[in-house]
Design a binder for this molecule. Structure first.
Ligand code: ATP
Length: 343
Protein backbone atom coordinates (compact mmCIF):
# COMPACT_ATOMS: atom_id res chain seq x y z
CA UNK A 1 0.00 0.00 0.00
CA UNK A 2 1.35 3.43 -0.91
CA UNK A 3 2.28 5.52 2.08
CA UNK A 4 -0.11 8.26 3.08
CA UNK A 5 0.58 11.77 4.33
CA UNK A 6 -1.62 13.67 6.69
CA UNK A 7 -2.26 17.24 5.59
CA UNK A 8 -3.84 20.17 7.40
CA UNK A 9 -4.23 23.92 7.13
CA UNK A 10 -1.88 25.80 9.46
CA UNK A 11 -4.22 26.88 12.26
CA UNK A 12 -6.91 25.57 14.70
CA UNK A 13 -5.52 22.12 15.66
CA UNK A 14 -2.85 21.59 13.00
CA UNK A 15 -0.10 21.00 15.56
CA UNK A 16 -2.08 18.28 17.29
CA UNK A 17 -3.03 16.64 13.98
CA UNK A 18 0.48 16.54 12.55
CA UNK A 19 2.13 15.54 15.83
CA UNK A 20 -0.37 12.67 16.08
CA UNK A 21 0.37 11.65 12.49
CA UNK A 22 4.10 11.60 13.16
CA UNK A 23 3.56 9.54 16.33
CA UNK A 24 1.86 6.97 14.09
CA UNK A 25 4.77 7.03 11.65
CA UNK A 26 3.01 8.92 8.85
CA UNK A 27 4.41 11.79 6.78
CA UNK A 28 3.00 15.25 7.36
CA UNK A 29 2.24 18.24 5.17
CA UNK A 30 1.12 21.68 6.30
CA UNK A 31 -0.52 24.25 4.04
CA UNK A 32 0.50 27.43 5.75
CA UNK A 33 0.10 31.17 5.30
CA UNK A 34 3.49 32.83 4.91
CA UNK A 35 2.91 35.08 7.91
CA UNK A 36 2.56 32.01 10.14
CA UNK A 37 5.68 30.19 8.95
CA UNK A 38 7.65 31.52 11.86
CA UNK A 39 5.41 29.54 14.19
CA UNK A 40 5.07 26.28 12.33
CA UNK A 41 8.65 25.84 11.14
CA UNK A 42 9.69 25.34 14.78
CA UNK A 43 8.18 21.85 14.91
CA UNK A 44 10.16 18.90 13.61
CA UNK A 45 7.17 16.65 13.16
CA UNK A 46 6.12 18.79 10.18
CA UNK A 47 7.91 17.21 7.20
CA UNK A 48 6.77 19.51 4.45
CA UNK A 49 5.24 22.98 4.29
CA UNK A 50 3.37 24.39 1.30
CA UNK A 51 3.42 28.15 1.84
CA UNK A 52 0.53 30.28 0.56
CA UNK A 53 -0.31 33.98 0.75
CA UNK A 54 -3.75 33.24 2.09
CA UNK A 55 -5.82 30.24 3.10
CA UNK A 56 -8.09 30.25 0.06
CA UNK A 57 -5.09 29.19 -2.04
CA UNK A 58 -5.63 25.67 -0.78
CA UNK A 59 -8.00 25.46 -3.76
CA UNK A 60 -5.28 26.44 -6.26
CA UNK A 61 -4.06 23.89 -8.81
CA UNK A 62 -0.54 24.06 -7.40
CA UNK A 63 -1.62 23.27 -3.88
CA UNK A 64 -3.97 20.48 -4.95
CA UNK A 65 -1.14 19.00 -7.04
CA UNK A 66 1.17 19.00 -4.03
CA UNK A 67 -1.49 17.30 -1.92
CA UNK A 68 -2.02 14.68 -4.63
CA UNK A 69 1.70 14.09 -5.24
CA UNK A 70 2.24 13.45 -1.54
CA UNK A 71 -0.73 11.07 -1.43
CA UNK A 72 -2.22 13.23 1.30
CA UNK A 73 -5.42 12.94 3.22
CA UNK A 74 -6.69 16.38 4.21
CA UNK A 75 -8.10 16.66 7.72
CA UNK A 76 -10.89 19.26 7.84
CA UNK A 77 -10.92 21.53 10.88
CA UNK A 78 -12.68 24.72 11.99
CA UNK A 79 -10.56 27.06 9.89
CA UNK A 80 -11.32 25.18 6.68
CA UNK A 81 -15.03 25.40 7.53
CA UNK A 82 -14.81 29.08 8.44
CA UNK A 83 -12.98 30.16 5.28
CA UNK A 84 -14.59 27.94 2.68
CA UNK A 85 -18.21 27.38 1.78
CA UNK A 86 -19.68 23.91 1.42
CA UNK A 87 -19.46 23.91 -2.39
CA UNK A 88 -15.75 24.69 -2.27
CA UNK A 89 -15.04 21.99 0.29
CA UNK A 90 -17.00 19.40 -1.65
CA UNK A 91 -15.00 20.20 -4.77
CA UNK A 92 -11.53 19.78 -3.28
CA UNK A 93 -10.04 17.00 -5.37
CA UNK A 94 -8.13 15.32 -2.54
CA UNK A 95 -9.42 12.67 -0.11
CA UNK A 96 -10.93 14.37 2.93
CA UNK A 97 -10.96 12.50 6.21
CA UNK A 98 -14.49 11.60 7.33
CA UNK A 99 -17.64 12.54 5.44
CA UNK A 100 -17.30 15.90 3.68
CA UNK A 101 -21.02 15.93 2.83
CA UNK A 102 -21.96 16.27 6.48
CA UNK A 103 -19.96 19.50 6.74
CA UNK A 104 -22.81 21.16 4.84
CA UNK A 105 -25.13 20.07 7.64
CA UNK A 106 -22.83 21.72 10.14
CA UNK A 107 -22.73 24.97 8.17
CA UNK A 108 -26.47 25.27 7.55
CA UNK A 109 -28.42 26.11 10.73
CA UNK A 110 -31.65 24.47 9.52
CA UNK A 111 -30.00 21.21 8.50
CA UNK A 112 -28.02 21.28 11.72
CA UNK A 113 -31.13 21.61 13.86
CA UNK A 114 -32.82 18.80 11.88
CA UNK A 115 -29.95 16.35 12.41
CA UNK A 116 -29.83 17.08 16.15
CA UNK A 117 -33.59 16.72 16.58
CA UNK A 118 -33.81 13.52 14.54
CA UNK A 119 -31.02 12.06 16.68
CA UNK A 120 -33.35 12.06 19.67
CA UNK A 121 -31.22 14.57 21.49
CA UNK A 122 -32.75 17.16 23.78
CA UNK A 123 -32.22 20.23 21.63
CA UNK A 124 -32.27 23.92 22.38
CA UNK A 125 -35.20 25.20 20.29
CA UNK A 126 -34.72 27.44 17.27
CA UNK A 127 -36.92 30.55 17.35
CA UNK A 128 -38.24 31.44 13.92
CA UNK A 129 -38.96 35.14 14.38
CA UNK A 130 -37.95 37.98 16.67
CA UNK A 131 -41.68 38.32 17.45
CA UNK A 132 -41.58 34.90 19.08
CA UNK A 133 -38.92 35.84 21.64
CA UNK A 134 -40.64 35.45 25.00
CA UNK A 135 -37.79 34.33 27.24
CA UNK A 136 -34.00 34.45 27.32
CA UNK A 137 -32.47 33.67 23.92
CA UNK A 138 -29.03 33.55 22.43
CA UNK A 139 -28.62 35.14 19.03
CA UNK A 140 -25.91 33.74 16.74
CA UNK A 141 -24.26 34.60 13.49
CA UNK A 142 -24.25 31.96 10.77
CA UNK A 143 -21.25 29.70 10.21
CA UNK A 144 -18.42 28.77 12.54
CA UNK A 145 -17.97 32.24 13.96
CA UNK A 146 -16.32 31.02 17.16
CA UNK A 147 -18.94 32.85 19.21
CA UNK A 148 -17.93 36.31 18.00
CA UNK A 149 -20.77 38.82 18.06
CA UNK A 150 -23.24 36.46 19.76
CA UNK A 151 -25.60 38.17 22.18
CA UNK A 152 -28.52 37.41 24.44
CA UNK A 153 -31.97 38.93 24.03
CA UNK A 154 -35.17 38.60 26.03
CA UNK A 155 -37.71 40.37 23.80
CA UNK A 156 -38.06 41.87 20.34
CA UNK A 157 -36.74 45.25 21.41
CA UNK A 158 -33.52 43.94 22.96
CA UNK A 159 -32.97 41.81 19.85
CA UNK A 160 -33.39 44.78 17.49
CA UNK A 161 -31.15 47.06 19.52
CA UNK A 162 -28.26 44.63 19.41
CA UNK A 163 -28.85 43.64 15.78
CA UNK A 164 -28.40 47.31 14.82
CA UNK A 165 -25.08 47.37 16.62
CA UNK A 166 -23.82 44.29 14.73
CA UNK A 167 -24.93 45.90 11.47
CA UNK A 168 -23.03 49.07 12.31
CA UNK A 169 -19.98 46.94 13.06
CA UNK A 170 -20.47 45.28 9.64
CA UNK A 171 -20.64 41.84 11.25
CA UNK A 172 -24.02 41.25 9.58
CA UNK A 173 -25.86 42.67 6.59
CA UNK A 174 -29.23 42.52 8.29
CA UNK A 175 -31.39 40.62 10.78
CA UNK A 176 -31.75 37.76 8.29
CA UNK A 177 -28.12 36.86 9.10
CA UNK A 178 -29.02 36.05 12.68
CA UNK A 179 -30.19 32.78 14.17
CA UNK A 180 -32.19 32.86 17.39
CA UNK A 181 -32.07 29.96 19.81
CA UNK A 182 -33.50 29.36 23.27
CA UNK A 183 -30.85 30.06 25.93
CA UNK A 184 -30.17 27.06 28.16
CA UNK A 185 -29.06 27.82 31.68
CA UNK A 186 -26.49 25.44 33.14
CA UNK A 187 -22.97 24.27 32.49
CA UNK A 188 -21.68 24.25 28.91
CA UNK A 189 -19.82 21.11 27.85
CA UNK A 190 -18.32 19.96 24.57
CA UNK A 191 -18.20 16.18 24.13
CA UNK A 192 -15.50 14.95 21.75
CA UNK A 193 -16.27 11.69 19.98
CA UNK A 194 -14.61 9.52 17.37
CA UNK A 195 -16.57 7.02 15.33
CA UNK A 196 -14.77 4.37 13.31
CA UNK A 197 -16.64 2.89 10.33
CA UNK A 198 -13.99 0.14 10.37
CA UNK A 199 -14.75 -1.14 13.88
CA UNK A 200 -18.28 0.36 14.06
CA UNK A 201 -17.38 1.66 17.51
CA UNK A 202 -17.76 5.05 19.08
CA UNK A 203 -15.12 6.43 21.43
CA UNK A 204 -15.47 9.33 23.84
CA UNK A 205 -12.09 11.06 23.55
CA UNK A 206 -12.51 14.02 25.91
CA UNK A 207 -14.69 16.80 27.24
CA UNK A 208 -14.00 20.52 27.51
CA UNK A 209 -15.66 23.84 28.03
CA UNK A 210 -14.69 27.05 26.33
CA UNK A 211 -13.26 30.12 27.95
CA UNK A 212 -15.09 32.93 26.21
CA UNK A 213 -14.61 36.66 26.14
CA UNK A 214 -16.24 38.69 27.42
CA UNK A 215 -19.04 36.53 28.81
CA UNK A 216 -16.67 34.73 31.20
CA UNK A 217 -15.42 38.09 32.42
CA UNK A 218 -18.82 39.43 33.44
CA UNK A 219 -18.81 37.58 36.75
CA UNK A 220 -15.61 39.44 37.71
CA UNK A 221 -17.36 42.77 38.08
CA UNK A 222 -20.06 43.61 40.62
CA UNK A 223 -23.75 43.41 39.64
CA UNK A 224 -24.12 47.19 39.94
CA UNK A 225 -21.52 47.79 37.23
CA UNK A 226 -22.98 45.01 35.12
CA UNK A 227 -26.31 46.85 35.20
CA UNK A 228 -25.07 50.42 34.81
CA UNK A 229 -22.25 50.10 32.31
CA UNK A 230 -23.46 49.61 28.77
CA UNK A 231 -21.61 46.34 28.21
CA UNK A 232 -21.60 44.62 24.83
CA UNK A 233 -21.67 40.87 25.17
CA UNK A 234 -19.68 38.39 23.14
CA UNK A 235 -18.84 34.68 23.25
CA UNK A 236 -15.51 34.98 21.49
CA UNK A 237 -13.58 31.80 22.31
CA UNK A 238 -10.05 32.38 23.59
CA UNK A 239 -9.22 28.94 24.96
CA UNK A 240 -10.52 25.69 26.38
CA UNK A 241 -10.74 24.25 29.87
CA UNK A 242 -10.77 20.50 30.59
CA UNK A 243 -13.79 18.84 32.15
CA UNK A 244 -14.21 15.39 33.63
CA UNK A 245 -17.86 14.42 33.79
CA UNK A 246 -19.32 12.76 36.84
CA UNK A 247 -19.32 9.07 36.02
CA UNK A 248 -23.10 8.75 36.12
CA UNK A 249 -23.33 11.07 33.10
CA UNK A 250 -21.12 8.91 30.92
CA UNK A 251 -23.70 6.32 29.92
CA UNK A 252 -25.99 8.96 28.44
CA UNK A 253 -23.01 10.65 26.72
CA UNK A 254 -22.20 7.45 24.81
CA UNK A 255 -25.89 6.91 23.99
CA UNK A 256 -26.14 10.42 22.53
CA UNK A 257 -23.03 9.88 20.42
CA UNK A 258 -24.34 6.54 19.12
CA UNK A 259 -27.74 7.94 18.34
CA UNK A 260 -26.17 10.83 16.43
CA UNK A 261 -24.02 8.43 14.39
CA UNK A 262 -26.99 6.13 13.62
CA UNK A 263 -29.19 9.01 12.45
CA UNK A 264 -26.45 10.54 10.32
CA UNK A 265 -26.07 7.24 8.46
CA UNK A 266 -29.63 7.64 7.19
CA UNK A 267 -29.68 11.38 6.64
CA UNK A 268 -26.17 11.99 5.27
CA UNK A 269 -24.63 8.72 4.06
CA UNK A 270 -22.14 7.32 4.83
CA UNK A 271 -22.76 9.04 8.18
CA UNK A 272 -20.73 10.71 10.88
CA UNK A 273 -17.35 9.05 10.39
CA UNK A 274 -14.29 10.20 12.32
CA UNK A 275 -14.18 12.98 14.92
CA UNK A 276 -17.22 15.03 15.91
CA UNK A 277 -18.45 17.01 18.87
CA UNK A 278 -21.79 17.40 20.60
CA UNK A 279 -22.00 20.84 22.14
CA UNK A 280 -24.52 21.69 24.81
CA UNK A 281 -25.41 22.60 28.35
CA UNK A 282 -25.99 20.32 31.34
CA UNK A 283 -29.09 21.82 32.94
CA UNK A 284 -29.96 21.79 36.64
CA UNK A 285 -31.31 18.23 36.39
CA UNK A 286 -28.16 16.95 34.70
CA UNK A 287 -29.82 16.68 31.29
CA UNK A 288 -27.65 17.53 28.31
CA UNK A 289 -29.40 20.03 26.05
CA UNK A 290 -27.57 20.16 22.72
CA UNK A 291 -27.23 23.52 21.00
CA UNK A 292 -24.73 22.66 18.25
CA UNK A 293 -22.58 19.95 16.78
CA UNK A 294 -19.31 20.02 14.88
CA UNK A 295 -18.96 17.33 12.23
CA UNK A 296 -15.15 17.34 12.42
CA UNK A 297 -12.35 17.75 14.96
CA UNK A 298 -12.84 20.66 17.40
CA UNK A 299 -10.11 22.83 18.90
CA UNK A 300 -11.03 21.69 22.42
CA UNK A 301 -9.24 18.42 21.65
CA UNK A 302 -5.96 20.38 21.74
CA UNK A 303 -6.15 20.00 25.51
CA UNK A 304 -5.51 16.29 25.23
CA UNK A 305 -2.33 16.09 23.19
CA UNK A 306 -1.08 13.54 25.74
CA UNK A 307 -4.36 11.68 25.99
CA UNK A 308 -7.42 12.34 28.14
CA UNK A 309 -8.99 10.62 31.15
CA UNK A 310 -11.25 8.86 28.61
CA UNK A 311 -8.72 7.87 25.95
CA UNK A 312 -6.51 6.53 28.77
CA UNK A 313 -9.24 4.01 29.57
CA UNK A 314 -9.00 2.55 26.08
CA UNK A 315 -5.43 3.05 24.87
CA UNK A 316 -2.20 2.12 26.63
CA UNK A 317 -0.39 4.99 24.88
CA UNK A 318 -1.23 8.73 24.94
CA UNK A 319 -3.96 9.04 22.31
CA UNK A 320 -4.89 12.52 21.12
CA UNK A 321 -7.70 12.95 18.62
CA UNK A 322 -5.06 13.79 16.03
CA UNK A 323 -3.25 10.53 16.69
CA UNK A 324 -6.54 8.60 16.66
CA UNK A 325 -7.26 9.98 13.19
CA UNK A 326 -3.79 8.98 11.98
CA UNK A 327 -4.22 5.50 13.41
CA UNK A 328 -7.48 5.12 11.51
CA UNK A 329 -5.68 6.13 8.32
CA UNK A 330 -2.93 3.61 9.03
CA UNK A 331 -5.34 0.77 9.71
CA UNK A 332 -7.49 1.61 6.69
CA UNK A 333 -4.42 1.78 4.49
CA UNK A 334 -3.28 -1.66 5.65
CA UNK A 335 -6.73 -3.13 5.07
CA UNK A 336 -7.20 -1.36 1.73
CA UNK A 337 -10.19 0.53 3.15
CA UNK A 338 -9.20 4.17 2.61
CA UNK A 339 -12.42 4.78 0.70
CA UNK A 340 -14.40 3.87 3.80
CA UNK A 341 -12.80 6.56 5.97
CA UNK A 342 -12.49 9.38 3.43
CA UNK A 343 -14.78 11.17 1.02
P1 ATP B 1 -17.91 26.88 16.58
O1 ATP B 1 -18.56 26.83 15.26
O2 ATP B 1 -16.56 27.50 16.60
O3 ATP B 1 -18.05 25.59 17.34
P2 ATP B 1 -19.99 28.65 17.19
O4 ATP B 1 -19.61 29.96 16.64
O5 ATP B 1 -20.90 27.80 16.41
O6 ATP B 1 -18.70 27.88 17.48
P3 ATP B 1 -21.50 27.98 19.51
O7 ATP B 1 -20.77 26.74 19.85
O8 ATP B 1 -22.85 27.89 18.91
O9 ATP B 1 -20.55 28.90 18.63
O10 ATP B 1 -21.69 28.88 20.78
C1 ATP B 1 -20.68 29.65 21.38
C2 ATP B 1 -20.95 29.72 22.87
O11 ATP B 1 -22.25 30.27 23.11
C3 ATP B 1 -20.95 28.39 23.57
O12 ATP B 1 -19.69 28.01 24.03
C4 ATP B 1 -21.88 28.64 24.76
O13 ATP B 1 -21.19 29.29 25.81
C5 ATP B 1 -22.86 29.64 24.22
N1 ATP B 1 -24.12 29.03 23.77
C6 ATP B 1 -24.42 28.67 22.49
N2 ATP B 1 -25.68 28.23 22.38
C7 ATP B 1 -26.21 28.30 23.61
C8 ATP B 1 -27.52 28.02 24.14
N3 ATP B 1 -28.51 27.59 23.37
N4 ATP B 1 -27.72 28.24 25.46
C9 ATP B 1 -26.71 28.70 26.24
N5 ATP B 1 -25.48 29.02 25.80
C10 ATP B 1 -25.23 28.83 24.50
Amino acid sequence: MANRSIAALGSHCALQLLKGAKDEGLSTLLVCEKERLNLYKRFRFIDDIFAVDNISEILSDKCIERLQETNSILIPHGTLIAYMDSDQIEQINVPIFGNKWILRWEADRKLKQKLMERSNLLVSKAIESKNDIHGLCIVKLHGAAGGRGYFTAWNRESFERQAIRLKEQKLIKGEQDLFIQEYVLGVPAFLHFFYSPITNEIELMGVDRRYESNVDGLGRIPAREQLCADIEMSYNVVGNIPIVLRESLLLRAYQMGESFVDTSKNLVPPGMNGPFCLEGVYDKDGNFVTFEFSARIVAGTNLYLSGSPYSDLVYPEPMSMGRRIAREVKIANEKNMIDKITS
